[in-house]
Design a binder for this molecule. Structure first.
Ligand SMILES: NC(=O)c1ccc[n+]([C@@H]2O[C@H](COP(=O)([O-])OP(=O)(O)OC[C@H]3O[C@@H](n4cnc5c(N)ncnc54)[C@H](O)[C@@H]3O)[C@@H](O)[C@H]2O)c1
Ligand SMILES: O=C(O)C(=O)C[C@]1(C(=O)O)C=C[C@@H](O)C=C1
Length: 306
């Protein structure tokens, strides 16, 4: 593949940025990748693992002369990082982010960026429960979706170039409006994580999780819950703090359904339970028949299994 951006700056060197760096280097998508992270240890590991070509101590230094700047820090830190790098951005540079929430990033980052810099937020729908520089792997985005959320008036040429870049990393891309993005992600990602955190918390409350036998004999469903509930606490705290409206809306609907099922169990309404489960099974089968199950293969790093 050929070079898409001459110099790329990765701000934050964890799972997502690390995976981008490895995939970019594998396929020669950038002439130079500069990385930065707050701790010297992370920066050293990043160079050792080949996530980038060189590192800098500060984000301000990393973005000097960069054609693409990728903000890959927790959503709650994006605004502060944008403020720090703003005076150092090259005119014509593209700034993107990989945050799990988009309204908060648009509002937190956009106002800091100077005239002549293009801002195009993106969100790869790919990840694992692992974080930090060791967690990255080049195949993470293979056959996964990356949502592109351009602000109104964003430069079409630069949006298309960034789409080409994500496609070169292995992803399918789809453009989405910011409100729709945050609602869709609340349904397919944020509330499922909250449910997993809660379920593991409940089991722990009953002193079942720490019992090795229960873990050993637990079916795949609960084991998947414990995997998801091991995800990074800072990242997920920020997701819920910044996607309040959509997550509360979906959580409200979820609890209504849960109460309806609770009532059916209490009153012994087998028909209601049967009909509900039949309906949800049809949804899953419909997804598979439509060929929409783009689940990436498990690369042995704990990606979600069905
Ligand atoms: N993990 C996932 O499954 C996943 C998937 C898609 C998108 N995302 C999003 O990608 C972004 C990065 O997630 P990740 O999984 O790579 O996280 P990570 O924890 O693996 O890496 C985050 C990086 O940001 C740095 N960082 C943390 N707090 C910071 C702060 N206050 N200021 C500056 N740097 C800071 C960390 O040191 C680390 O280098 C997040 O916004 C997250 O919402 C994550
Ligand atoms: O596969 C996982 O472990 C993930 O949690 C990845 C996942 C998801 O919920 O699907 C998590 C957060 C994101 O913003 C995007 C993807």
């Amino acid at each position: 593949m050929s070079v898409i951006y001459d110099r790329v700056a990765l701000i934050g060197l964890g799972l997502i940025a690390g995976s981008m760096g490895l995939a970019m280097r594998r396929d020669g998508l950038a002439r130079e990748i500069v990385g930065t992270a707050r701790s010297a240890e992370t920066r050293d590991v990043a160079v050792e693992l080949g996530l980038c070509d060189r590192v800098t101590e500060t984000a301000a230094e990393a973005v000097e002369g960069a054609d693409l700047v990728v903000l890959a820090v927790p959503v709650g830190a994006m605004g502060r990082v944008a403020q720090e790098i703003a005076p150092h951005l090259k005119r014509g540079a593209v700034v993107t982010d990989v945050g799990s929430v988009k309204r908060a990033v648009l509002e937190g980052v956009g106002p800091h960026l100077p005239e002549g810099v293009h801002f195009v937020p993106t969100h790869p729908m790919a990840g694992t429960e692992h974080s930090g520089p060791h967690a990255g792997f080049a195949e993470l985005f293979q056959n996964r979706w990356c949502l592109i959320v351009p602000p109104e008036g964003a430069d079409e040429t630069e949006i298309a170039r960034l789409e080409r870049f994500w496609q070169a990393l292995g992803a399918h891309t789809e453009r989405m409006d910011v409100e729709h993005h945050d609602l869709v992600c609340a349904v397919v990602s944020h509330i499922p994580h909250l449910i997993a955190y809660t379920m593991v918390g409940v089991a722990d409350d009953l002193r079942r999780v720490s019992d090795q036998e229960v873990i050993k004999f637990s079916a795949a469903g609960f084991r998947d819950f414990t995997r998801i509930a091991a995800s990074d606490p800072t990242m997920w705290r920020d997701v819920f703090l910044t996607n309040k409206e959509a997550t509360l809306e979906i959580l409200g609907r979820f609890t209504e359904e849960l109460f309806a099922l609770q009532r059916a169990i209490r009153t012994g309404d087998g028909d209601q339970l049967f009909d509900y489960f039949t309906h949800t099974r049809a949804i899953r089968r419909g997804i598979i028949e439509a060929g929409q199950d783009t689940e990436a293969p498990d690369f042995g790093r704990g990606t979600k299994q069905k």
